[in-house]
Design a protein around this ligand. Structure first.
Ligand code: SF4
Length: 213
């Protein structure tokens, strides 16, 4: 099933995707780690607090862990996230990731997921949002929709879905696709009770079609 058709329909239903704020790649990496298991609001608050107390990345890397935990507290799970962030920063030869844009996408992805605690979702957020590398970050909404529609085989994990969805999405529409699919997951293809009767993808969707038979 062509992804382009899906995107055209979602765009007609929800309007054009609004681009998100673009940040330097290292900022995006740390913010993505902070956003795990918390709301955007909390993670952005924790991020701002951390940058206020530790303005340079060297300061974050070398801070006493307890002080970083304290700065990150509003984001939740600060006790886990502070050492994770410091482990990533200590692993970097230089505190800048912009050079990754010059690598082929596969290589950039492999390099990022080799960092401690960085998985395909975090890596693809950094690549797509900050460096315009066309790879698809798969969050819980996109994973759910991909399985229901039948874009990926039943039982495909979110990690495995990254490569499959990247391959089937037109590179120039990757960011738009990511944003539109999340919108669709929040508004229509919700986790508990998808609104299939109002869905513009119903005739393209395995789950939606199964309700009609
Ligand atoms: S038809 Fe239902 S399950 Fe399929 S994409 Fe639409 S809301 Fe989701």
């Amino acid at each position: 099933m062509p992804m382009a058709e899906i995107l055209d329909r979602l765009e007609a239903a929800y309007g054009s995707a609004v681009p998100r704020t673009r940040r330097p790649a290292l900022d995006e990496l740390v913010l993505t780690i902070l956003s795990q298991n918390t709301s955007d609001r909390n993670s952005e608050h924790a991020y701002a607090r951390m940058r206020e107390r530790f303005p340079a990345w060297e300061d974050v890397r070398d801070a006493p862990e307890a002080e970083l935990v304290e700065a990150l507290r509003p984001g939740g799970l600060a006790v886990q996230k502070a050492p994770r962030i410091q482990a990533v920063l200590r692993d970097l030869e230089r505190l800048d990731l912009e050079w990754l844009a010059g690598l082929p996408p596969d290589e950039a992805m492999r390099w990022l997921v080799a960092l401690p605690g960085v998985g395909p979702k975090t890596a693809s957020c950094v690549l797509l949002f900050s460096l315009d590398v066309p790879v698809m970050p798969v969050d819980t909404h996109i994973h759910r929709i991909a399985l229901r529609v039948g874009l990926v085989p039943a039982g495909t994990s979110a990690d495995a879905a990254h490569a499959l969805l990247t391959a089937m999405t037109p590179p120039e529409r990757m960011l738009e696709a990511h944003l539109l699919l999340i919108r669709h997951g929040r508004i229509t293809c919700t986790a508990r009770r998808p609104r299939c009767e109002e869905c513009v993808l119903v005739d393209l969707c395995d789950y939606g079609r199964s309700l009609r038979t």
